[in-house]
Design a protein around this ligand. Structure first.
Ligand SMILES: Cc1ncc(COP(=O)(O)O)c(C=O)c1O
Length: 380
């Protein structure tokens, strides 16, 4: 079988023994993850400025790598991720998501199951704050609550101002809750140019910092402000404020989408790719791979879901559940069974499609890492 696994063509994504891997497969290059983590630490300046989001990797193996590098604060979006982090040894976990409905009881159950974990969530609504306080206090426990601030994204949170002030005071006086600061996620700041991104972030940051100062003057504790994702991470990292905790997630694996959108993020390298095989050559110019929408994130627009480093002229013309059809002038080079790797444009939902990642080190298969928090529930 012809296999396009020539080291000169595959470069950094060379895999010895790729023939044995069932496709489609999520393949993680350990050295590249290590590189991204070290870059993250360098940009942050020190491990204790970081609170990385685990939503991209969802893996205990990566959480343990972070812990071994001295990163003790962690962020997540789901209870499965929180439980994965706790199981990996994290003792300071912030679930950056508003807990409502049965998740309020789950927060109490999480605290019972992990009594030595400092656990916090976000809130932005009076009734939810009241309900959370009742459940947690009646369980004789306490939970950290960060007020979710809307920095103009208009997804969740409240703008700084009177209502935010009242909500923070409510959190601070509600039994069972500990006012632990502010949460500021600004995924809408997508200026390609770093200096433009910096200007936009600074303008919002100044309002939030002034609001924090007011809260402190009113006697409320504001120990932390958890800020940003990957694109704004280098900007917040430059701000000298001891309350800032930096919460990038994607850059741990990185992807083609961020790589293209933000040239300054070239300091990170895509570390998770998909190994895929040709399953058919239906026409003279078409090659069909087994990397369908159930194997790679399909939230980027049709035609842009993956980058195919070995087929630079590939036009992605059909993307079904188990098939990706590309058109290329080079189609004759490809035969059913041939392998290649593709780089996802959006790695986070891609990872969530897989039960495990094949781990490569020095070009060979060294391990398989379970995507521990892939599902919605582990036990809590
Ligand atoms: C609340 C929150 N924090 C942090 C992040 C991490 O951002 P990024 O994926 O840009 O690293 C996200 C991403 O969606 C998020 O929703």
């Amino acid at each position: 079988m012809h296999m396009n696994n020539d080291p000169n063509r595959q470069g950094r994504y060379r895999i010895e023994g790729a023939d044995s891997i069932c496709s489609p497969a999520l393949v993680v290059f350990r050295e590249l993850v290590e590189h991204n983590l070290d870059t993250m630490l360098r940009v942050a300046g020190s491990a204790d400025r970081l609170r990385p989001h685990c939503k991209t990797t969802k893996m205990a193996a990566v959480a343990k790598m972070l812990l071994s590098k001295g990163v003790s604060r962690h962020k997540c979006a789901t209870f499965a991720e929180a439980e994965m982090l706790a199981g990996a040894g994290a003792r300071d976990i912030f679930l950056g998501y508003n807990v409502v409905g049965p998740n309020i009881e789950r927060a109490a159950a999480f605290l019972r199951q992990f009594p030595d974990v400092s656990f916090a969530v976000t809130a932005d609504d009076e009734r939810s704050i009241g309900h959370l306080g009742e459940v947690i206090a009646s369980d004789k426990q306490s939970i950290g609550v960060l007020l979710d601030i809307d920095p103009g994204r208009e997804r969740t949170g409240v703008r700084v101002g009177q209502r935010a002030r009242e909500l923070y005071a409510l959190i601070d006086r509600t039994p069972g809750l500990r006012a632990e600061g502010l949460h500021l996620y600004d995924g809408h700041q997508r200026q390609k140019d770093l200096s433009e991104r910096r200007l936009a972030v600074d303008a919002e940051w100044r309002k939030v910092a002034a609001f924090r100062d007011e809260l402190l003057e009113s006697g409320h504790p504001v120990p932390r402000i958890v800020c940003g994702g990957t694109p704004t991470f280098p900007v917040y990292a430059e701000i000298d404020d001891p309350a800032i905790e930096l919460s990038p997630g994607t850059c741990v694996f990185h992807d083609a989408g961020y790589g293209e959108a933000f040239p300054d993020l070239e300091i990170f390298t895509p570390a998770a790719v998909i190994l895929t095989r040709v399953v058919s050559r239906p026409t003279a110019n078409r090659v069909t791979f087994d990397v369908g929408t159930k194997a790679v994130a399909s939230d980027p627009p049709m035609g842009e879901r993956v980058v195919l480093p070995e087929i630079p002229d590939a036009v992605q013309v059909v993307h079904n559940e188990e098939h990706l059809v590309v058109e290329t002038a080079d189609a004759a080079r490809w035969k059913p069974g041939d392998l290649t790797v593709v780089i996802p444009r959006h790695v986070c939902p891609t990872v969530a499609h897989y039960d495990e990642a094949v781990v490569i080190e020095r070009g060979t298969i060294v391990d398989h890492w379970p995507i521990t928090a892939r599902g919605r529930r582990i036990t809590v």
